[in-house]
Design a protein around this ligand. Structure first.
Ligand code: N01
Length: 554
C-alpha cells in the first residue's frame, strides 16, 4: 500500500488537491463539471484535446454530422437559457456546429477556469490509506482527489487495424476519429478508405468530390438511409422553446430519451403496399425516423426487420448502376443491429467513374505497402489512406488509463474474463470511481446528451449524500455485478442485437470479450438508478471514515 502512495506522490507541496476530477470535456464531462462545481466542490476537468467538445473535437472528418434529425434536441435539456440563446442552423447539425455549441456552453456556464486542456491523465491509483485517488498527468503533475469521474467517451479509443505493413505506408494515414484541425486536401490524390460504418459512409461522398481517385475497401455492406438534412425551421425552434418542460417530460418516458413519438404498430400489421408506402415517405424525409416512426418491432422481430432490409436493398439496386457493384453493396445482416448509418449521396457515389469498391469478403487485404494496398486480386496504388475503422468502443479508453483500485488491482486484470460493473456507473474494487456512459449503461443506444445529464445528476446527488453523511468512500458490494450483468444480457436477448457481430458486443476488436455491454432498458434503467439512490445506495458499500474535502480545507 505504501508503494502505491509513493508511486503517485500523494503528499508534498507539488500535489494539487481536489474533491473531484473529471476526465473528458465532451457533453457528459462538461455537464458533470458544471453540476459538481455548482454544489461547491473543488473540481477540475482534464482533457487531452486542445479544446472542449470530446468526440466533436476529434471527428472533424468531412461529412461528420449528427445522425438524428435533432436540432435543437442534440443539446443539453436542463437549461432553458441555453436553448433560448443558441441558434441552431441545420436539422442534423454538422461537427462544426455542435463544436461551436459546446464552446458556447463552456463560456456561458463559465466552465473554462476549471478545465485544463492538452493534458492526458496517464495514471490513476486509489490510495487505501488516504481513501483518495492519486493521479498523474502526462506533464508529470500530481493530483489527489476524493472522487474520479470518467467521462472519456464511448467512441474515443480509435481502432487502428492490425493489417500487415500498415506502418510502412509512405503517404498520409488519418483515422476519422483523429482528424486534424487543419484542412486535409484530397485534390489530385489517390485516396483509399478502409471501413464503411457511419464515419466511412459520411466521409466517402465528400472525399470523392475532391479526390482524383477513390478506392473504398468494404468488409461489411451497410443499410444506409438518406440523411435528409436541411436548414432547421424557425417554427421548429420556436416550438422547442415554447414547450421546454413538456419536452423534458416526454424524453423521460421515451425508450430512447428522444422527444419524438415512437410507432406502436408492428411491421407485419400492414400489407406490403401500405408498408412500402410508409417506408417511401420516411425515406424521402430522411434520417433515423425511418427506424422509430415506422414500426415498433424492427429490432425484436426478424420477419418485421426483413421488410425494411428488403426495402433498402431495393433502393440500392435502383440507385447504383453497375450490377457488379450492386452485388457488393447489398447488405445481409439484421438491419440496425450494427449502428444504423445515414448518408448524403453515399450509394450515388459508386456511380462515379473515379470511385472503385473493393469487396474484402471476396478480395481480402493481404498487406499495406509504401505505395498502397495489396489485396488477393491486385494492387491499389494510393497517396493517402483514411481509416474509418471505428473504435474499441465503450471500454477502450478507460482500459487504456487502466486505473488501479483496491490492493493495487488494475482494471485490465479485474476485467480480464469479462466486463462487470454495478449499474454501469461503478466497478467493484474501484471506490469513488464513477463512469458516465460506462459499460452496462444505456450510453450509445440512448440520447447521449440527455443520458449524460441524468447520470451526472445521479453522481452529483451521490457525492452530496456522502458528504452530508460524512462518508468517505462508495463502491459496489461484492456480488452485485452478477445480477446486473444478467439484467443487461436479459434485455439484449429480447432483441435481435444478438444475431450480429458488432462493436456493441466487442466483435470488432481482436481479443475483446464478446459481451453485449449496452443496457437497453432506457427509462427503466434511469428509474433503477433513482431507486438505488432512494434506498440509500442499495448495493453499495459505504466507507465510514471521511477523507477531508479539499473545498472544506480551503
Ligand atoms: O466505426 P464502425 P465508425 N479491415 O466500427 C471496418 C458513431 N458515429 O467510426 O463492419 C477492413 O461502425 C468495419 O467492418 P465490419 C456511431 O455510433 C456517429 O464508422 O467490422 N475493414 C466497418 O465497416 C458509429 O456506429 C456518427 O466488417 C475494417 C468500419 O471499419 C460509431 O461512431 C458518425 C477493419 C468501422 O465501422 C462508429 O462508427 C460517425 C479491418 N481490419 C460515427 N476493421 C454520427 O453521425 C474495421 N473495419 C453521429
Amino acid at each position: 500500500m505504501n508503494d502505491l502512495k509513493l508511486r503517485t506522490k500523494p503528499s508534498g507541496s507539488d500535489v494539487q488537491l481536489f474533491d473531484a476530477v473529471v476526465i473528458g470535456a465532451g457533453f457528459a464531462g462538461l455537464y458533470a463539471l458544471y453540476r459538481l462545481r455548482e454544489m461547491g466542490l473543488a473540481v477540475r476537468l482534464y482533457e487531452g484535446a486542445g479544446g472542449v467538445g470530446g468526440t466533436w473535437w476529434w471527428n472533424r472528418y468531412p461529412g461528420a454530422r449528427v445522425d438524428f434529425p435533432s436540432a435543437p434536441y442534440y443539446s443539453y435539456s436542463f437549461s432553458e437559457e441555453l436553448l433560448n440563446e443558441f441558434e441552431w442552423k441545420e436539422r442534423q447539425p454538422s461537427q462544426a456546429e455542435v463544436l461551436s455549441y459546446l464552446d458556447f456552453v463552456a463560456d456561458k456556464l463559465k466552465l473554462r477556469t476549471h478545465i485544463q486542456l492538452e493534458t492526458w491523465i496517464q495514471d490513476a491509483v486509489f490510495d487505501e490509506i488516504a481513501q483518495r485517488w492519486n493521479i498523474e498527468t502526462h506533464l508529470g503533475e500530481h493530483i489527489s482527489t476524493q472522487f474520479l469521474i470518467s467521462a472519456m467517451g464511448t467512441l474515443s479509443e480509435a481502432n487502428k487495424p492490425n493489417i500487415p505493413g500498415i506502418d510502412d505506408f509512405a503517404g498520409e494515414i488519418i483515422h476519422t476519429g483523429r482528424w486534424p484541425a487543419e484542412e486535409v486536401k484530397f485534390a489530385g490524390k489517390r485516396v483509399g478508405v478502409i471501413g464503411t460504418g457511419s464515419s466511412g459512409i459520411q466521409s466517402i461522398p465528400m472525399i470523392a468530390r475532391q479526390a482524383e481517385h477513390l478506392t473504398v475497401f468494404q468488409r461489411t455492406p451497410q443499410y444506409s438511409i438518406p440523411a435528409g438534412n436541411r436548414p432547421v425551421k424557425p417554427e421548429e425552434i420556436a416550438d422547442a422553446r415554447a414547450n421546454f418542460d413538456k419536452r423534458r417530460e416526454f424524453m423521460k418516458v421515451s425508450p430512447l430519451g428522444m422527444p419524438y413519438p415512437m410507432s406502436e404498430r408492428s411491421a407485419l400489421d400492414d400489407s406490403p403496399e401500405v408498408r412500402n408506402a410508409l417506408y417511401e415517405t420516411l425515406w424521402q424525409d430522411g434520417g433515423l425516423h425511418m427506424l422509430f416512426n415506422s414500426y415498433n418491432d424492427l429490432l425484436t422481430n426478424k420477419a418485421a426487420n426483413d421488410t425494411l432490409c428488403e426495402f433498402i436493398r431495393e433502393k440500392i439496386r435502383s440507385i447504383v448502376k453497375d450490377p457488379e457493384t450492386v452485388k457488393k453493396l447489398l447488405p445481409d445482416y439484421i438491419l440496425a443491429t450494427k449502428r444504423q448509418a445515414i448518408d448524403d449521396g453515399y450509394f450515388e457515389t459508386y456511380n462515379e467513374d473515379h470511385v472503385d469498391l473493393v469487396d474484402l469478403r471476396d478480395d481480402p487485404i493481404v498487406k499495406i505497402t509504401a505505395d498502397g494496398i495489396t489485396t488477393k486480386n491486385g494492387e491499389h496504388p494510393l497517396d493517402m489512406l483514411v481509416l474509418a475503422t471505428g473504435y474499441d468502443a465503450i471500454t477502450g479508453k478507460l482500459l487504456r488509463l487502466n486505473p488501479k483500485g483496491r490492493g493495487g488491482l488494475d482494471l485490465a486484470t479485474a476485467w480480464d474474463k469479462r466486463f462487470f460493473t454495478y449499474l454501469g456507473v461503478a466497478i467493484p474494487g474501484f471506490p469513488n470511481l464513477f463512469m458516465v456512459h460506462g459499460p452496462q449503461s444505456p450510453s450509445v443506444l440512448y440520447n447521449m446528451p440527455y443520458g449524460g445529464e441524468m447520470e451526472g445528476d445521479w453522481i452529483r446527488d451521490c457525492i452530496a449524500y456522502l458528504r452530508d453523511n460524512n462518508i468517505a468512500t462508495i463502491e459496489p458490494a461484492p456480488g452485485v455485478d452478477e445480477p446486473w450483468a444478467e439484467n443487461v444480457e436479459e434485455a439484449a436477448k429480447q432483441t435481435l442485437f444478438h444475431g450480429t457481430d458488432s462493436w456493441y458486443s466487442g466483435a470488432n476488436i481482436e481479443g475483446k470479450h464478446r459481451q453485449f455491454i449496452v443496457h437497453l432498458g432506457g427509462p427503466e434503467y434511469f428509474k433503477h438508478l433513482t431507486d438505488v439512490a432512494e434506498k440509500n445506495y442499495e448495493g453499495f458499500v459505504l466507507g465510514k471514515e471521511s477523507a477531508t474535502l479539499a473545498s472544506a480545507k480551503a
